[in-house]
Write a protein that binds this ligand. Structure first.
Ligand SMILES: [Fe+2]
Length: 216
């Protein structure tokens, strides 16, 4: 069975001074709707911060982030220096059950960045789990996965469970990992059997015929 339902949102890191331009593109050209605009997610942080603008398309969203440099360069600035403007920092996938999926990740030796965060965004209650970077480098330079769960019924028990959760925003979680120099990757594939083979693809009859005859 699949544990993922759909893409919840994609987060693009914008180079300095570019968030307005990309917001224009996603809103005016693609038809997205601006549902959240935070021009400084941590105004009291003397070191750095970021802007966060969220655009909704109905079935998924796009988040734009741009670094705010103070005493130090923002992790978003560092990310765009390496990956360039409007580069994907993370993709968030909706799971059927985040708690169970977190256990599954642990069983398969996949490492998370910190404990799940529960908050209310423009679309309702969301529980988020951020993972360590795909590459073994500073978290400011590697892409990573986010897994989320959105309770369908805001009056359900899950709302109560979720509202009791506490956690840090992902900016703070990444800052902490940078400071601790925890550079281990999301997974080293230690749970992958040495003789693992991809499963056979069961193709429809028509595709098989076309492949046999050299069709493309
Ligand atoms: Fe996200």
């Amino acid at each position: 069975m699949t544990w993922l339902v759909k893409v919840d949102h994609i987060t693009y890191a914008c180079a300095s001074g570019m968030i307005e331009k990309w917001a224009w593109f996603h809103i005016e050209v693609e038809g997205g709707k601006l549902i959240k605009r935070i021009d400084d997610i941590d105004p009291h942080n003397p070191n750095s911060s970021m802007k966060l603008w969220c655009i909704d398309y109905g079935s998924f969203g796009i988040a734009l982030i741009e670094g705010i440099d103070r005493k130090e360069k923002s992790q978003v600035t560092l990310f765009t220096e390496l990956h360039q403007d409007h580069s994907i920092q993370h993709v968030a996938y909706e799971t059927k059950n985040l708690e169970q999926f977190q256990e599954r990740l642990a069983n398969y030796k996949c490492d998370i960045l910190g404990e799940p965060i529960t908050k209310t965004d423009a679309l309702g209650i969301i529980k988020q789990l951020f993972c360590r970077g795909y590459s073994p480098t500073t978290p400011a330079k590697t892409t990573f996965a986010e897994y989320v769960e959105r309770p369908k019924n805001s009056n359900s028990d899950s709302k109560i469970t979720f509202s009791q959760q506490v956690g840090k925003g992902f900016y703070a979680q990444i800052e902490e990992a940078i400071a601790e120099e925890k550079y281990q990757p999301f997974t080293e594939f230690s749970a992958m059997p040495e003789n693992w083979e991809p499963p056979k693809i069961s193709e429809p009859e028509s595709t098989r015929i076309s492949n046999q005859s050299g069709g493309k």
